[in-house]
Design a protein around this ligand. Structure first.
Ligand SMILES: [Zn+2]
Length: 243
């Protein structure tokens, strides 16, 4: 009987030791290899619509494609679009694509609308942390409750938001810009740094005109690319700052 007790203790210590070794083997810093870009809306869900007929879903997809191209060419990153065509996707499916592909960053692209036509500018959103406690919008996906997945990455999400803010603020098409927290379902289940961008107001006449401009996509994709690059240099390549 005594021998059996020693034997169990022996097994337990091996189990604890290998467990600790596994934890230590995990790299302390996060890498940046895969980015998932999520063009908002799609299919029958057109999103916001401008007076001149511009549709949010199309603007999101065009910008996502351009940004993906830049990230692949300049940084050699693996970039996945949650949709690369005009079809509908549920919010949880968008996050699930990022989680399944073990993405290191998740960016959801949108364009804004407001009843007040004078509203303009860009808005960067991170998840409002208290909203993660709201069980009624919990999403169970593949048996895993992704409900609170974003909480662990919230600090990095704020850093990503800051980096995009700093690299976009002087951009030709950005009149004003702010960072906000909101209970956004699409960010909630993301198990990596995640932001949602409302790039401009389709309902603002001046901004809608600018969205027609040929240079708009190239300019904004370049600004977002610089934001991601700045985040990478400060918080991924430089381990001292990533804590
Ligand atoms: Zn939208």
């Amino acid at each position: 009987m005594k021998n059996l007790r020693y034997y169990i203790l022996f097994l337990m210590s091996i189990w604890l030791f290998t467990g600790a070794a596994r934890l230590q083997a995990k790299p302390a810093t996060r890498s940046l290899e895969t980015i998932v870009i999520d063009p908002g809306h799609g299919g029958p869900d057109i999103g916001a619509k401008g007076l001149s007929g511009l549709q949010e879903k199309n603007l999101c997809l065009e910008l996502a494609r351009q940004l993906a191209l830049l990230l692949r060419q300049q940084l050699g990153l693996r970039v996945i679009l949650t949709r690369d065509g005009d079809y509908a996707l549920e919010q949880y499916e968008r996050t699930a694509i990022a989680n399944h592909n073990k993405a290191d960053l998740f960016l959801s692209l949108h364009f804004n609308a407001d009843f007040a036509a004078q509203q303009r500018g860009m808005e960067i959103y991170v998840l409002e942390p208290r909203s993660a406690d709201n069980e009624d919008i919990a999403q169970v996906e593949g048996g895993i409750l992704w409900d609170k997945a974003q909480l662990k990455s919230l600090k990095q999400s704020h850093r990503l938001a800051q980096a995009i803010y700093q690299q976009t603020i002087g951009s030709a098409y950005v009149k004003n810009i702010g960072i906000y927290s909101a209970p956004l379902l699409v960010l909630k289940g993301a198990a990596m740094p995640a932001v949602l961008l409302e790039l401009a107001f389709i309902t603002n006449q001046q901004e809608e005109e600018e969205l027609w401009a040929k240079e708009y996509n190239a300019t904004m994709a370049e600004a977002l690319y610089r934001g991601i690059l700045s985040y990478k240099r400060r918080f991924v390549d430089n381990p001292d700052q990533s804590k």
